[in-house]
Design a protein around this ligand. Sequence first.
Ligand code: HEM
Length: 371
Amino acid sequence: MNRTELRFALYLIPFLDSVEDIEDGLVKLRDRRWLIWHPDVMAALFRNDRDLRHPPSRTLSPLLGNRSVLWLDGAEHTAYRHALAPMLRGNRYQVLIDEMVARSIAELPSGDPVGLAAWTRRLTLRIIGRIVFGVDDDELLTAFTRWLDRRLGIRVRTLAHRYLAPGTTRFDAELDRRLLHRAKAAEPPALAACLPQEDLRDQVVSLLFAGHETTASATAWTVFWIYRTPGLADKILSGDAALLEATIMESLRLSPPATLAGNRMSDDGMTITPSIYLAHRRAATYADPHVFDPARFLGGQQRTGAFFPFGGGVRHCLGRDLALLEIRMIVTALLRHRRIRLHVPRHCTPQLRGAAMAPPPSLAMVATCRR
Ligand code: HEM
């Protein structure tokens, strides 16, 4: 591994910050591996995505398994997307989300600080857990979180598990047994009915993972930005739906939960890593890119290839609509039912979980009832 690739692996965000002024929007990480974020190149890449290969993530595949929909390819991938898409259609879940949000808000201790990202993570995991299993099982979800945190919770662990024993699976047989049991007993049998049994474990773990980590971070970042921006909470509370939507988009731009989309590989072995983080901070695309300004999303579409928090091409996120519905509903309910104060640490450095970017655990919120 050369020095550039080492910095990319060890210090992802500082590395990305250090290259953001490169106007070409591409950096060579090593021979035949490029990091790219120029909007024209991104648009072309996503247009031709069907002809590219999508290698498994070296960080996530030991956890999610080789058969995860996240890196199956070709006809098999298309078939899995078709099988899973109806289950993830957002609008089916309004009542379910409403119930979960009300429960999680009721559990907030009045006047005591709660880690914002931990709270959103628990809530969004409950939502995808109910979608996959058809019932609530907080104990199982806590065991799942513990398993995940031991591997991705801090950067050192992520890197150790990726580089010290590459390729070794990190499954927990007992946890897998319980997850499979729940998925098979689900009523209606959401996943078990539409997938081959031998692939069920990898899909259950993938959906629980992909279905909550990024949504939790996006929700927490949106709350963070709302309370960092004077007057914004009141304007949203007054019922300005367009402003809420623009706020969510601007938060996804400036604090994208996934800093990178999945790697793409050409037939001749060239690996391309799209950087969502850098595309969203490109000064030639966004004026004052580091300033949080929802107004930029109030009028018209973003340029193709310049805004892609959910990735793109044939692998664009299957849970986009569900995620946006969750963020909208959680933020609205929180604003409506609680007065929020944030305890922002002096150095609000994002926490990296794999290549996902979450607010630091020390960012806390204090919620009190609105009377
Ligand atoms: C704000 C929340 C979310 C963000 C920012 C996000 C982001 C992403 C990104 C960047 C990708 C990779 C796309 C690419 O490589 O081009 C992806 C893929 C995926 N996401 Fe999400 N996601 C979110 C929520 C969800 C939810 C709620 C689910 C529901 C289970 C979900 C399921 C998936 C799946 C299954 C894929 C793989 C698609 C494929 O490879 O064909 N995501 N997501």
